[in-house]
Design a protein. Structure first.
Length: 252
C-alpha cells in the first residue's frame, strides 16, 4: 500500500534532522524544472505562482538561491500546511518513521514523488501551474505517467489522501494493476456529504498519524479511523471511496 499526500505551499528549513536526507527519485527532473523557472522574469513568475508581491519577492529570493543538493530538509518535516500540523511528524517514533518511509509518498509539482525522508528545499510550484516544458504546456504533461508508475511498482493499492489537483496526476493513468482508494471527509448537510477543505486537510493529517501509530497494512482496517469526530459510513462508501462523516456534537 502506498499513501499519497499533497504538499503544502508553506515550507521551512530544519537543521536538526533525525536522519540523513535521501536523494529524491526525480531529482534530475526537478533540476530541469528549476532551470525553466530561472529563465522567467519576475512578472512571469508572479503570474505563474498566482500570488501577491510579498510572496513573489520571497520566492524570487528562494529561486535565486535554489540549490537542490545542499541544506535540505526531510520532506515530511519541510511542509508546514494544516495537514502536516495535524500529522505532527516531528514527534514520530522510529517505528512510525519506518512505516512512513515504507508507505507514505508526497506528490510535488517540482519533485514529482517524494519519500518522507527525501531531502528538499523550500520552493513554490503547484502541480496545476501552467509551466510550458519539453513535454507540453503544463506539469501534468511533464510528469505524464511517471508518478503512477513509481507508485504502482510492486503495489496493489494506492490510498488517496491527496487533493484533486495532485491525485489527478496519478488517477489519469490508472490501468487496473493497482486499486486507488480515495478517502472522503465530510459533513452531512441536508442529506448530502459536504466537504470543507480545511477540515479535510486536518482529517488527512490525523489519518496519516493514526495509520503510522497503528501500523495499518490492510485496507479494511482503515475503516476504524475515528479521530476528530469522524465515523466511517458504510452506506455512503464504495469499493473505491471510503466516506467518513463528521458527527455533530449534541448539546448537553
Amino acid at each position: 500500500m502506498k499513501i499519497i499526500l499533497s504538499p503544502a505551499k508553506k515550507m521551512k528549513i530544519r537543521q536538526d534532522e533525525p536522519f540523513l536526507a535521501d536523494r529524491p527519485e526525480f531529482l534530475d527532473e526537478a533540476k530541469y524544472l528549476r532551470g525553466l523557472l530561472k529563465e522567467k522574469t519576475p512578472e512571469e513568475l508572479k503570474a505563474l505562482w498566482q500570488c501577491n508581491d510579498k510572496i513573489a519577492q520571497e520566492n524570487l529570493q528562494r529561486l535565486r538561491e535554489l540549490d537542490l543538493e545542499h541544506n535540505r530538509t526531510l520532506a515530511l518535516l519541510a511542509y508546514e500546511g494544516i495537514q502536516y500540523q495535524y500529522m505532527v511528524p516531528q514527534v514520530f517514533t522510529e517505528t512510525q518513521w519506518q512505516y512512513a518511509r515504507k508507505h507514505v509518498r508526497i506528490l510535488s509539482g517540482l519533485y514529482g514523488v517524494l519519500n518522507p525522508t527525501d531531502g528538499v528545499i523550500p520552493y513554490r510550484l503547484e502541480m496545476q501551474a501552467k509551466l510550458e516544458n519539453r513535454e507540453g504546456k503544463d506539469l501534468y504533461a511533464f510528469w505524464g505517467n511517471q508518478l503512477y508508475e513509481s507508485l504502482a511498482k510492486g503495489e496493489d493499492l494506492i490510498l488517496n489522501l491527496a487533493s484533486k489537483e495532485y491525485s489527478r496526476a496519478v488517477e489519469k493513468y490508472q490501468d487496473g494493476r493497482v486499486k486507488i482508494l480515495t478517502c472522503i471527509f465530510g459533513e452531512l448537510v441536508q442529506g448530502k456529504v459536504k466537504v470543507k477543505a480545511t477540515q479535510a486537510k486536518m482529517a488527512r493529517g490525523e489519518m496519516v498519524r493514526w495509520l503510522a501509530e497503528k501500523q495499518i497494512e490492510e485496507p479494511g482496517e482503515i475503516r476504524g479511523f475515528s479521530h476528530l469526530g469522524y465515523q466511517f459510513s458504510e452506506k455512503r462508501s464504495t469499493e473505491t471511496e471510503y466516506v467518513f462523516i463528521k458527527q455533530k456534537i449534541q448539546p448537553i
